[in-house]
Write a protein that binds this ligand. Structure first.
Ligand SMILES: *[C@@H]1O[C@H](CO)[C@@H](O)[C@H](O)[C@H]1NC(C)=O
Ligand SMILES: *[C@@H]1O[C@H](CO)[C@@H](O)[C@H](O)[C@H]1NC(C)=O
Ligand SMILES: *[C@@H]1O[C@H](CO)[C@@H](O)[C@H](O)[C@H]1NC(C)=O
Ligand SMILES: *[C@@H]1O[C@H](CO)[C@@H](O)[C@H](O)[C@H]1NC(C)=O
Length: 516
């Protein structure tokens, strides 16, 4: 907020001085008013001055809210964020082709994301392209309050599942789980893939500020479940769903365990049974895409959609998760203030608290050792202490630390502040959230969490202390990154392998999820 204001203040004086010149010229002219000619001149000058004045009012007007600020930000786009690329808007950005004619200003992130992320080495299959377009059409036809939706809703109310295909619409309703934002995004992306595979329309329970964090992904329709939805009051009372006797809907809670019920959902017979259910209400707590690959009737389709198996979340995530303008303002202001000018951005996610942790220093050492060994962080020079202004290396790196406690950040920042690097590179270290932002306003908490995930996904290199984090999963999945994962910190074992590279950029790649 402050930064945005400052910028416009900085822009202010220039405009002001213009106006002043205009009016002082006016003053100088006044004494020599003698003829009609100079009257005419005065009139002309007045007109020019008034135009300049109104221009200055327009330009000086401080942005009054986030939307305006991001709009202002989008006006000054010709900045060079990445050293290698021109900042012409990339047309082939995934997501763009899906939303022709949608109102650009209502969701800037959809159009600007390519300025902040590395260019993708992956290309969306043309089959996925066409399936997404088909989905878009289905969602537009069956979305909330369309006649098809109304018709299918009547079936639900009357408990009638016969000739369910009359409207051609069936739905999967995704319910918020209690998990954190990362988990919700992982399960929502999975639910969307399930909808795509089963020709259902995905509707999202808008609770937990989903609408505050994410733009509508599909234009001219909504993916949010209307508040009048009849079963809504039962969403938290699962027992009511169990034997409702109403054949037009079913409820499934997909938890991550190996129970028989869980396995059952992903077996062929269950899918055949569910095929005729108009309304499938689903609660899921994790990324269940790998289990969809185990359903044999989905196998062919999945292969065609994703010739590269590890790109599922990457592509779906980029279609579904566009930050709203409020969040986009948080992301872009931070990025441009601290990360944009660096030659390389290193994201570090530390999922361990620093309080009462006797292995604190060891973890810091390990992060640095990992960076040095794999050459994304330079070593520091502790003996000679040659100020780096003497070294002809103008490269800079921005290290972005995501951690719930400030200790690691301070420690790493001090190392690179107190010592020059052997390469002469300048390392700046940043951490966005204050240590206890959990205690701030709940709405802001979600926005900050989403901002942090997004900024991590914009890294060139990502280092994480543990792969068992949904934040990490989403960040590297969205960014198409394979993170470096620190090895478990162990006492005094002089091991050499401080970290290892994740095998895949897909979420949960390290986890032993057993397919039912
Ligand atoms: C959305 O609606 C607007 C106005 O009704 C229309 O101009 C536009 O083409 C529509 N876009 C899509 C993708 O249907
Ligand atoms: C569907 O129902 C809603 C309210 O129940 C109504 O406002 C809307 O106009 C209906 N849609 C159509 C296309 O009839
Ligand atoms: C569901 O039904 C459609 C047609 O009614 C059929 O093409 C499809 O294979 C069925 N899916 C499953 C999983 O049985
Ligand atoms: C590490 O060493 C400390 C003291 O040397 C000991 O108290 C602690 O239990 C050890 N931790 C592990 C995981 O071995």
């Amino acid at each position: 907020m402050k930064r945005g204001k400052k910028n416009s203040d900085a822009g202010g004086p220039v405009v002001n001085s213009d106006t002043r010149t205009g009016s002082s010229e006016l003053e100088a002219l006044k004494p020599s008013l003698s003829s009609m000619k100079s009257m005419g001149l005065l009139l002309a000058v007045l007109m020019v001055a008034s135009v300049m004045f109104s221009l200055s009012v327009v330009l000086r007007d401080p942005p009054s809210d986030d939307v305006l600020e991001t709009e202002a930000a989008s006006r000054v786009l010709p900045l060079r964020f990445h050293q290698d690329g021109e900042l012409t808007e990339k047309k082939d950005q995934v997501g763009n082709n899906l939303v022709p004619g949608s109102d650009k200003e209502s969701c800037l992130s959809r159009y600007e994301a390519s300025l902040y992320r590395k260019e993708s080495p992956f290309k969306q299959s043309s089959y996925l392209d066409s399936r997404l377009k088909r989905y878009q059409d289905l969602h537009t036809r069956c979305g909330p309050f369309t006649s098809s939706y109304n018709l299918t809703l009547d079936k639900l109310k009357s408990g009638d599942s016969s000739d369910g295909g009359v409207s051609g619409c069936s739905y999967v309703i995704w319910l918020n789980s209690d998990g954190d934002l990362g988990n919700r995004m992982l399960s929502l992306a999975s639910a969307f893939l399930y909808a795509l595979l089963t020709n259902r329309v995905l509707l999202v329970e808008p609770g937990a500020e989903m609408a505050d964090l994410f733009c509508e992904p599909f234009p001219n329709t909504s993916w949010f479940l209307p508040s009048e939805f009849p079963l809504k009051s039962y969403f938290n009372e699962h027992s009511l769903f169990r034997d409702s006797g109403n054949p037009s809907f079913a409820y499934r809670h997909l938890v991550r365990d190996s129970s028989d019920q869980q396995k059952l959902f992903f077996c062929e017979e269950s899918q055949v049974l569910l095929n005729n259910t108009l309304w499938l209400i689903m609660k899921a707590e994790s990324f269940f895409v790998p289990s969809l690959f185990s359903v044999s009737s989905f196998e062919q389709e999945l292969k065609k959609l994703f010739p590269e198996k590890e790109t599922v979340f990457y592509f779906l995530g980029q279609h579904l998760f566009h930050p709203t303008n409020v969040v986009w303002g948080l992301i872009t202001r931070y990025y441009r203030a601290y990360l944009a000018t660096a030659d390389q951005r290193v994201g570090i996610h530390i999922g361990v608290s620093d309080t009462g942790n006797d292995q604190f220093q060891q973890l810091v050492n390990e992060i640095l050792a990992c960076g040095i060994r794999h050459e994304f962080l330079p070593e520091v020079e502790q003996q000679r202490n040659l100020p780096s202004s003497q070294v002809l290396n103008r490269k800079s790196k921005a290290v972005f630390i995501s951690s719930s406690s400030p200790g690691y950040f301070e420690s790493i920042r001090n190392i690179y502040w107190e010592n020059p690097t052997v390469t002469g590179e300048i390392i700046s270290v940043h951490k966005p959230s204050q240590k206890e932002y959990q205690k701030t306003q709940r709405k802001m908490e979600g926005r900050r969490a989403w901002t942090e995930i997004y900024l991590l996904s914009c890294s060139d290199v990502l280092v994480v202390t543990s792969p068992w984090s949904s934040v990490v999963d989403v960040a590297h999945g969205l960014g198409g990154l394979k993170p470096w994962i620190l090895n478990k910190v162990e006492n005094g074992t002089g091991h050499d392998h401080y970290c290892m590279r994740a095998r895949s950029m897909e979420p949960c790649s390290q986890t032993p999820w057993s397919h039912g």
